[in-house]
Design a protein around this ligand. Structure first.
Ligand SMILES: *[C@@H]1O[C@H](CO)[C@@H](O)[C@H](O)[C@H]1NC(C)=O
Length: 405
């Protein structure tokens, strides 16, 4: 009897403990930025408090939580949160991290990053709060907004560099200075339930940028932005992008690859169950002339497009330059690409463009169950192709040009 009572009261104690803290914090050390002197008034610089909370958490022997409390705005400058850490780390963003609006707070060395996580193993960032890049001042001073201004670099809001076993979940990322989230040189990445937004006119605010990373999954995200919703760059291998909503923005892009005669490798990318609204592109692969390497084993499937300017596009003559790009012999080879179950409307008449290189033609392109019409039905949707070897499976409308033309 006595032992039953003991067990019973012990369970009560455990229950009480579970109720009094977040489940995720059980058994962890919690390092709140408030305990390290942060004010959270949105004006005072809380960078040092965040850095100190991180350092304490990172040197903890037990799994640690860095807490950004709810209901407050913590203003920070450029900050590097570096590993390796002694144990796993959870950064729980319940309130908001707000970037300083002073451009002079960045130096030449730090200008590419606002919050940079570097070399961390077993890192989770979540909490439902927001990461606010306060980007207005950067957009106003961009040469893409005002061509009289010199082109300068601007920070990426959230960068994960050399991280392994990374989870980024349930966050709002808003108004980034430039790229919103960048994943670089990382392995084993899960990103989900992210709500990412910046105005349609904000320059270069790519939603999620992935490079030199493998085994990455991006699921259940909503992205509204001024540039690519996702840019999938050189060195991406084994990527799944699933259940996404994109627009406004420039769509889901692989590339641009092979700029400045560089070598690029992208393989095994699946983009599945994506809706795009009013984007400039839908499913896109873009490469510069003169590059080397490949983009292969790529699937774009189950996509619904509404009023998308270029719904399906492979462009091997990509040229985002103020001067025309010259003809070059080499190119990043594009092969084994499946566009399957894609339907919706195109804002332009060009619904499908397979524009491949004459020296390195695209091959293994399959179109399966594709139906795209021009928005409003004012004209028939068209397609154009050059140097593309493709086949179809099931109905495809509009059908690309035949191999011979
Ligand atoms: C391709 O990538 C997926 C993740 O999207 C992975 O599960 C699968 O094993 C990869 N396939 C190969 C052949 O590596």
């Amino acid at each position: 009897m006595a032992s039953t009572v003991t067990v019973f009261s012990a369970s009560l104690l455990v229950l009480f403990f579970l109720r009094s803290v977040d489940a995720a914090e059980v058994g962890s050390n919690v390092f709140s930025v408030q305990s390290y002197g942060a004010l959270g008034d949105g004006r005072h610089d809380d960078s040092k408090a965040l850095g100190d909370a991180w350092s304490a958490a990172c040197s903890s022997e037990k799994p640690a939580v860095v807490l950004i409390p709810k209901g407050k705005k913590y203003l920070t400058k450029h900050i590097t949160l570096a590993g390796p850490c002694k144990s796993s780390i959870l950064v729980m963003v319940k309130g908001s991290l707000l970037a300083t609006p002073e451009r002079s707070d960045w130096s030449k060395e730090t200008i590419r990053h606002w919050i940079l996580f570097s070399g961390v193993h077993d890192l989770t960032v979540n909490g439902g709060g927001s990461i606010d890049g306060n980007g207005n001042v950067w957009w106003e001073n961009s040469c893409k907004t005002n061509s009289e201004l010199p082109c300068t670099e601007a920070p990426t809001a959230l960068t994960f560099h050399s991280c392994t076993n990374l989870k980024v979940e349930s966050l709002k990322v808003v108004n980034s200075q430039q790229i919103q989230i960048s994943v670089e040189d990382s392995t084993g990445v899960r990103m989900s339930r992210l709500s990412i937004s910046a105005p349609e006119a904000s320059p270069n605010t790519d939603g999620i940028h992935i490079t030199r990373s493998r085994d990455v999954q991006v699921t259940d995200c909503t992205i509204k932005t001024g540039d690519d919703c996702m840019s999938i760059e050189d060195g991406t291998e084994n990527l799944l992008v699933k259940n996404m909503v994109c627009g406004p923005g420039h769509g889901i892009s692989i590339g641009s690859l092979g700029d400045h005669n560089s070598e690029a490798h992208v393989s095994n990318v699946t983009v599945d169950n994506v809706r795009l609204y009013g984007t400039t592109n839908g499913a896109r692969i873009k490469t510069w002339q003169g590059g080397k390497g490949y983009a292969k084993n790529i699937v774009f499937q189950n996509m619904i497009m509404d009023n998308v300017w270029n719904p399906i596009i492979i462009d091997q003559n990509y040229c985002d330059s103020s001067t025309p790009c010259k003809q070059q012999k080499s190119a990043v080879e594009v092969s084994d690409v499946l566009f399957k179950n894609i339907r919706g409307t195109s804002a332009s008449e060009e619904a499908i463009m397979l524009h491949c290189s004459s020296n390195v033609p695209c091959h293994g392109i399959t179109l399966e169950n594709v139906k795209i019409t021009v928005k409003g039905g004012s004209a028939d949707a068209k397609s154009t192709c050059q140097n593309a070897e493709w086949k179809k499976s099931g109905p495809v409308s509009p059908q690309p040009c035949s191999l011979t033309n």
